[in-house]
Write a protein that binds this ligand. Structure first.
Ligand code: ATP
Length: 325
């Protein structure tokens, strides 16, 4: 009910009368009134004028399923929204939901994570009200070997969303970190369950630092937030919606091409390491070279003294010669 009222308020320029809401939603006046009270309690600024009706003046920065559903513009991403005030990690929950049969496009969101993780099991700082912690569940029909490229697709969506919504120069540190002014504002963790010739499901977890002012010891040197870098306070739900709108665009392109062919050029423009000296922290044999963009299957091309090498993600990290990027 709250989601429908919110949607009706958002879709009306000016005021929407109580009567119209009753008719549209097929409920009583009392039900509409109660819905309005609940929204006000949650921080929505709703003006009520006798004989005119209701008008939405402002929305709080909440991530509830109702808030997200009421601003939804996507075709399938977020068709089912599961929201937690606190959870262990949105990837863990998305994997559990996948095992229970949740559909392609299910979006899991949390206000706080108690066991947020990055690659190789490293902790992801997930403080309440400061960030976005979300995971999408996908059930792709392409071959399992292609699934790891979805990290690149997701990195593109986040970068494009931040660039369009905030007009700040977000960049990508291959393969999966989003960088603003040389520091990390977002990490992406893709996990999957596959068989030899089919994907059961893929979950893509995205953590974005929105209004953090400081970070713990482990992340302090490399992490930053949108608020620190841009001075802007953004509405998190709007950024979430913008990310998934762009994800649909890039995902469709990826599925149509069967590769990153239609994404590669834009990715390479935003690649923070492009043309720069990088150190490849390969657990077997670290090496240095100049980053030359990605292939259409997502490997990083690195020019070394011994010739060109193609690095696939997996266990590898990239660093700049003098610092993080
Ligand atoms: P790299 O390859 O550069 O090490 P990664 O992609 O492997 O990065 P992730 O798995 O995305 O790293 O994230 C884990 C790391 O990110 C942790 O080691 C920690 O230093 C850092 N980190 C943890 N929380 C945050 C945060 N909220 N913002 C930015 N960085 C964070």
């Amino acid at each position: 009910m709250k989601a429908e009222i919110l949607q009706a308020l958002r879709n009306t320029k000016g005021y929407v009368s109580g009567q119209e809401l009753c008719e549209k939603l097929g409920v009583s006046r009392t039900a509409v009134w109660k819905g309005m009270q609940k929204l006000k309690e949650e921080g929505y600024g709703i003006e009520a004028i006798p004989n005119k009706g209701y008008r939405l003046m402002e929305s709080p920065d909440v991530l509830s399923a109702e808030e997200l559903e009421s601003i939804r513009r996507t075709a399938w991403a977020g068709n089912t929204i599961v929201y937690y005030e606190v959870t262990d990690s949105t990837n863990i929950q998305a994997k559990r939901l996948a095992e229970e049969g949740a559909p392609h496009g299910t979006l899991v969101i949390a206000e706080r994570q108690e066991a947020g993780r990055g690659r190789r099991g490293r902790a992801w700082e997930s403080a309440e009200h400061e960030g976005i912690f979300m995971t999408i569940l996908l059930r792709p029909e392409f071959e399992p070997q292609k699934a790891s490229m979805l990290t690149i697709v997701a990195a593109m969506a986040v970068t494009k969303a931040i660039r369009t919504m905030l007009t700040v120069p977000a960049e990508i540190k291959w393969p999966n970190d989003i960088i603003l002014n040389g520091k990390k504002i977002c990490g992406i963790l893709t996990e999957m369950d596959t068989e030899i010739d089919a994907i059961n499901y893929v979950v893509i977890g995205i953590g974005i630092n929105v209004s953090n002012r400081q970070f713990g010891k482990e992340a302090a040197e490399i992490a930053t937030s949108i608020a620190i870098e841009s001075g802007m306070q953004i509405h998190r739900a709007e950024l979430i919606e913008t990310v998934w709108e762009w994800f649909e665009v890039y995902y469709d392109r990826f599925c149509k091409d069967g590769s990153l062919e239609g994404i590669q050029d834009e990715y390479n423009v935003w690649l923070v390491n492009q043309g720069k000296q990088v150190r490849i922290l390969d657990p077997k044999e670290p090496f240095t070279g100049v980053a030359k963009g990605i292939t259409k299957t997502g490997e990083l091309i690195v020019e070394t003294e011994e010739g060109r090498k193609q690095v696939s993600s997996g266990e590898v990290s990239v660093r700049g010669i003098y610092g993080y990027v």
